[in-house]
Write a protein that binds this ligand. Structure first.
Ligand SMILES: Cc1ncc(COP(=O)(O)O)c(C=O)c1O
Length: 458
């Protein structure tokens, strides 16, 4: 079992002293939950392409790193992910260490529990500077910090799409009710996606003199459509608006470079497609360049020490948000372990595989159901993701049919969820769809099986 090489010698010694706990503890926990962890084969590093006979073997190796129950094909990454064994081990090791020596982290990981190294590692992987990134609890946590940290006054307008998640809508609704901020929904294309200008024009058409910010999901949770984030942030810059991206579904699924995207803020999850532990997330806050918006650090332990209301750029903005009471250091380290695994496999390679599977699923659904089903997710390069929304029924507004289908698929060994949404902004009724997540531990046979299962249930 490999020790993380970022943990320092002291920790390695501590861990080996209590190796008994690690090995027997994991096995016992595995046995208790029926995981059979000791039988999960895994190597510390992914094999290189040349050491596996073909691509299928390579992705089989990737699949083998996960402890997912083989009796159910888990296809709800959009809600939460599954930690690979290596990540579970890291989490377990540090939880045991923490329980045995509650204050050891400081001496073992260095000042402030090695948080600066953790932030630097994430910054390097996600295309930004260390003073622009912090570890959060989840996407909602990050969005809340951003929305409530910015200055909005009565009559200021924020543009959002008509497919936003409650994680963003909730703090925005507080702004609306508390300060009289105006939220304006922009209709984005759903069944007729063809190019990025559709999205850019939809936002541009709604910008008024009162507009102060735009907020949109990089990948919508409703249909899995990937929005042209870079082009939308460019528009925001051109118009002098703040750009806030809800990136819940992006890390772990697609490659990310925050500087290249050009957004002001990007809040994301570490527990979904990145497959870190629950309650882990990543927040990017631009901290250099033109016109930094005034930002007030909420939910911080440092405000009175380091950061009064300030023009950003002079401070490590993310640092002041990073320190907010006791943190779950084992969870942070475990998420970073998952990031390390993703880096070793290659984030670009993962994106290609995941979006490729997403495209394959869409093609299979079209082939099997033809025009009787409704595919809400685009199958177009640049817009396709690992999230697919599909309704096989003629009546797409019938909630009972979809919930029954979700339950029946579960009985057949496939775990998916449903989403509901307005196809067009002014629709009086919601459409319903199965939402299927395909990730790096899935393969085409599982997708074929799911499509057949939907057909059988139908
Ligand atoms: C688009 C979107 N934003 C935010 C969230 C909230 O995510 P988290 O649980 O990381 O706070 C979700 C959760 O599914 C989501 O889909």
């Amino acid at each position: 079992m490999a020790e993380g090489n970022d943990t320092g010698k002291g920790l390695d010694r501590t861990l080996s002293r209590r190796n008994f706990f690690k090995v027997s503890g994991m096995a016992a926990a595995g046995a208790a939950f029926g995981l059979g962890l000791s039988s999960v084969s895994h190597a510390a590093k992914p094999p290189t392409v040349s050491t596996v006979s073909n691509d299928t073997d390579y992705w089989q190796w990737v699949q083998d790193q996960f402890v997912l129950d083989p009796d159910i094909v888990y296809m709800n990454l959009g809600t939460t992910g599954s930690m690979p064994l290596r990540v579970l081990e890291k989490y377990n090791d540090y939880n045991i260490l923490n329980a045995r020596h509650p204050r050891t982290f400081e001496s073992e990981l260095g000042a402030t529990f090695g948080l600066e190294d953790q932030r630097a590692t994430l910054a390097a992987q996600f295309g930004c500077n260390t003073d622009e990134i912090c570890l959060t609890r989840n996407t909602t946590d990050g969005l809340d910090a951003v929305v409530n940290g910015l200055e909005f006054n009565e009559g200021d307008e924020i543009l959002i799409t008509h497919h936003e998640h409650i994680g963003a809508l909730s703090p925005l609704n507080v702004l609306q009710d508390r300060y009289g901020v105006i939220l304006t929904e922009v209709e984005i294309p759903v069944l007729n996606v063809t190019d990025k200008d559709q999205f850019v024009n939809a936002f541009e058409d709604k910008i008024s003199d009162n507009t102060k910010a735009i907020l949109f999901s990089h990948i919508t949770y409703k249909t899995g459509t990937r929005l042209p984030a870079k082009a939308l942030c460019k528009l925001a810059r051109k118009k002098g608006l703040i750009s806030i991206v809800d990136g819940a579904h992006a890390p772990g699924m697609i490659e990310l470079d925050f500087h290249d995207i050009g957004c002001d803020f990007y809040a994301a999850a570490g527990h979904k497609w990145q497959c870190g532990p629950g309650a882990t997330g990543i927040l990017y806050l631009r901290n250099g360049g033109r016109d930094l918006p005034t930002f007030w650090t909420q939910n911080s332990s440092l405000y009175t020490y380091t950061a009064q209301s300030y023009a950003r750029g002079e401070y490590d903005i993310a640092y002041s948000l990073q320190y907010r009471g006791q943190l779950n250091i084992p969870a942070h380290l475990a998420m970073l372990e998952s990031c390390a695994l993703w880096e070793e496999i290659g984030r670009g390679r993962i994106e290609e595989y995941v979006c490729g599977l997403g495209s394959y699923l869409k093609q299979r659904l079209r082939d099997k159901f033809g025009s009787t089903g409704t595919l809400f997710s685009p199958d177009l390069p640049g817009f396709t993701t690992g999230l697919t929304a599909f309704n096989p029924f003629a009546d797409i507004t019938d909630a009972d049919l979809i919930t029954t289908m979700v339950d029946s698929l579960h009985e057949k060994g496939y775990q998916v969820r449903y989403t509901n949404f307005r196809v067009e902004l002014e629709d009086a009724e919601d459409a319903y769809a199965l939402r299927i997540s395909t990730h790096l531990f899935h393969n085409r046979q599982q997708i074929d099986g799911l499509v057949d299962a939907i057909y059988d249930v139908l």
